[in-house]
Design a protein around this ligand. Structure first.
Ligand code: SF4
Length: 482
């Protein structure tokens, strides 16, 4: 097997012929679209890093399925060392792209499905695990990108799937046909979908008896008949399709989200990995969410590194790098960022082997990690805004910079530390703006809050995993309280 180069990956996505509704227009040739291209480049980076002699050892790993080298993004973790290397790899991608590079969702879904199908087969005598092994061996051998799709629209939040006015508000099995199932519904906030070859559909919550139709996990090609994409808007998104890269902030990479609709999509049995076993829907959700909460301990830290680097640089450019309160603020940013990283490493190092053989993170610490992610990036963004100054929100456009009349004034009045070029200072300010208030803030802040579940979901898991009773008992023992 050969690992794809970044160009081979981009070609393979182009050849899928995907279309999406973008800003009111049905659009093909997505690889040429200014809104989509930066996010494809971010995924392409994960291929490039696997070929780069400096990072190859971190990104390439021996497969447990096919005795060959695969990209770590499609690897099934075989040890706590693998779990730690996953976080290190994500941090590297985060600081290099300063955005979401999307490929982790499939990695987290595959690891969750691998162990869940094994345990489901043990209980019910199903053959989901072998089906999944065969499917995932193929994914690894072709070096493909897989999007894990979990979040349903959920309709009225106070009602269960079967009580919704429209049963499709939770993705479900609508029909059974010889050889397979037909699914109907939608998945929201899908970051990597348009840049993926395959989709792993998973249930969005723990299903109960009577909700078998919604307890479904299966694989669907992104170009399958009946799958439609509707592009989501981001703040300042159209800057990406204007003429001036300087105003975009992140000139090379970016993120995006799409709504994915499944309209009567046929899925053959060999691609179905859960079909009605409601008691395993919760296991799958919990494991996927915990892997992805661990992931945030790498990727958001990497983006945090980018923000810290940009903040330290703008302090130099503003001529205030030596001021003690500025140094203090940058140290605070580093402290917060490394606290998240410590949780990512801790939940990896204390992970354990599942009965299926792959490794699962420490669920309690993975949730603590993600709960910190819902808070600390906001504080990092606040500190970066403080250090960068008000120009962050008021800087003239690149078009005005290039205007023969306005341009000279901009260059004259935006000059600061004479050791730095004015336009370079504008570039750094735009990158910070992108991350704290522009399109990049979708990935760095909003996604930090809601991706892999909002804070309440982590609090529920923390209360379940914390062993509070045991702590109470220890105090009773200590104080001789019966
Ligand atoms: Fe990966 Fe982070 Fe994006 Fe999730 S949010 S896919 S962990 S880069």
């Amino acid at each position: 097997m050969t690992l794809k180069t970044a160009d081979e990956y981009l070609d393979s996505i182009k050849n899928l012929g995907l279309e999406a509704n973008i800003l009111g227009k049905k659009t093909g040739d997505l690889h040429r679209h200014g809104l989509v291209k930066p996010s494809q480049e971010a995924v392409a980076f994960t291929y490039q890093a696997a070929q780069n002699p400096e990072t190859r050892d971190l990104f390439c790993v021996e497969s447990s399925l096919c005795n060959d080298v695969v990209n770590r993004f499609s690897h099934l973790h075989q040890s706590t060392e693998d779990l730690i290397n996953k976080v290190r790899m994500q941090r590297h991608c985060g600081v290099s792209t300063a955005c979401c590079f999307q490929r982790c969702v499939g990695m987290d879904a595959s690891n969750a499905i691998f162990s869940t199908t094994f345990e489901c087969d043990q209980k019910y005598g199903t053959d989901y695990h072998q089906r999944f092994r065969d499917y995932w061996s193929w994914i690894q051998s072709q070096d493909l990108v897989v999007d894990g799709a979990m979040t349903d629209p959920k309709g009225d939040r106070g009602k269960r799937p079967m009580d919704q006015k429209d049963p499709d508000l939770f993705l479900r099995i609508k029909e059974r046909r010889p050889g397979g199932i037909v699914i109907c519904g939608a998945k929201l906030h899908q970051t990597g979908m348009l840049n993926s070859h395959e989709i792993l559909v998973m249930p969005t919550l723990t299903m109960r008896s009577g909700e078998e139709a919604w307890a479904v996990c299966c694989a669907v090609p992104t170009n399958a008949k009946g799958v439609r994409y509707i592009y989501g808007r981001q703040t300042s998104d159209t800057r990406k399709i204007e003429d001036h890269l300087l105003d975009v902030g992140n000139p090379l990479f970016g993120g995006q989200e799409v709504m994915t609709v499944f309209e009567d999509v046929f899925v053959p049995h060999d691609r179905v990995f859960l079909d009605g076993e409601v008691d395993f829907s919760g296991v799958l959700v919990e494991r996927f969410a915990s892997y992805h909460r661990q992931s945030y301990g790498g990727c958001k830290v990497g983006v945090g590194d980018a923000l810290i680097g940009a903040t330290a640089l703008i302090a130099q450019m503003n001529g205030v790098a030596g001021a003690s309160h500025i140094k203090d603020k940058i140290v605070e940013m580093i402290h917060l960022n490394e606290t998240i990283y410590s949780c990512g490493i801790a939940c990896s190092a204390t992970g354990e082997q599942t009965p299926s053989g792959n490794y699962l993170v420490n669920l309690l610490l993975a949730n603590v990690c993600k709960l910190n992610v819902t808070r600390f990036p906001y504080e990092l963004a606040r500190l970066a805004t403080d250090v960068a100054g008000g120009l962050l929100g008021t800087m003239p456009s690149a078009a005005d910079l290039n205007d023969p009349e306005a341009g000279p004034y901009i260059r004259k009045y935006l000059a600061a530390n004479p050791d730095f070029d004015v336009i370079d200072r504008m570039k750094v300010l735009r990158l910070i703006e992108n991350l704290v208030a522009g399109a990049g803030a979708v990935g760095y802040l909003i996604e930090s809050m809601h991706g892999a579940g909002p804070p309440t979901a982590q609090r529920i898991m923390i209360s379940r995993q914390a062993g509070l009773e045991k702590k109470v008992q220890s105090i009773k023992n200590l104080l001789s309280i019966p």
